[in-house]
Design a protein around this ligand. Structure first.
Ligand code: NI
Length: 255
């Protein structure tokens, strides 16, 4: 079985001591591809370093709404330079997070828009992080600064309205281990997504799926996201694994 974890953070400090071992192990266990996602300048540099070391790891560069500071607009220029690396497959994760940060909404929007402009300049899709900010996120993608190459709603909130709007705009919807959580109720959200727009991810080391909650997450556990989706859609696990792998290759433009 071959899987594509469309969003993971091997660049997180929790992989510092054993990353190479984990990567090899995951590869041997069927995680054929992984996209290592940046969330600020440092982690984007590290993502590129990791991707350059492994053929089947790709990477992104971007500044997340939870990593803003007074130098952010300057840093976006550096992200633009980094993003010329050949293993870069998207600008991200970028977006809006009004759950963790309510006091700088205008700045968050400005930074999001600037990075979509960058994606358009480089002809790349975007990896979107959106939390408690569905209306503003859709407004930007639809009316203010559409992304030409579209992109992915990463760890998509299980919000049917947001998903409907995202699909209408041509975006992919990526589900994480959250769909396996006991109180998640992911059925209607998952059924909303056409098969050719569905992706799976771990967001590791975070969001460890059941039955491993509490432990460090890693890309091998993307299997449990695929299994849960297969259950809900009454499909074979193998089919979901292969559909999501092909979808990820398509949006990330991997040949
Ligand atoms: Ni992430």
């Amino acid at each position: 079985m071959e899987l594509f974890d469309s969003h993971a953070h091997y660049n997180d400090e929790r992989f510092e001591t054993d990353m190479d071992e984990v990567i090899l192990n995951n590869f041997n266990n069927g995680v054929k591809y992984t996209t290592c996602v940046g969330y600020n300048l440092e982690s984007s540099k590290k993502a590129i370093e990791i991707a350059n070391k492994y053929d089947n790891i790709f990477c992104t560069a971007g500044i997340s709404p939870n990593d803003l500071n007074e130098d952010t607009l300057e840093e976006i220029k550096q992200i633009g330079e980094l993003a010329k690396n050949k293993k870069i497959v998207a600008i991200g994760e970028i977006g809006l997070d009004y759950y963790w940060n309510k006091d700088n909404k205008e700045f968050q929007k400005q930074v999001f828009i600037e990075q979509i402009k960058l994606a358009n300049k480089l002809n790349l899709p975007i990896a979107i992080h959106t939390r408690d900010a569905s209306i503003d996120t859709i407004e930007i993608l639809k009316n203010i600064m559409p992304c030409n190459k579209k992109g992915i709603f990463h760890c998509c909130p299980l919000n049917v309205e947001l998903i409907k709007e995202g699909i209408k705009l041509g975006y992919y919807i990526s589900f994480s281990g959250v769909v396996t959580f006991k109180n998640a109720k992911p059925e209607s959200a998952i059924k909303q997504v056409p098969l050719d727009k569905i992706l799976i991810e771990t967001d590791s080391p975070y969001l460890t799926p059941e039955p491993f909650r509490g432990k460090r997450n890693d890309p091998s556990k993307v299997e449990f996201v695929a299994r849960k989706i297969a259950d809900i859609l009454e499909k074979d696990y193998e089919e979901i694994a292969s559909i999501t792998l092909e979808n990820a290759k398509k949006i990330y433009n991997i040949i």
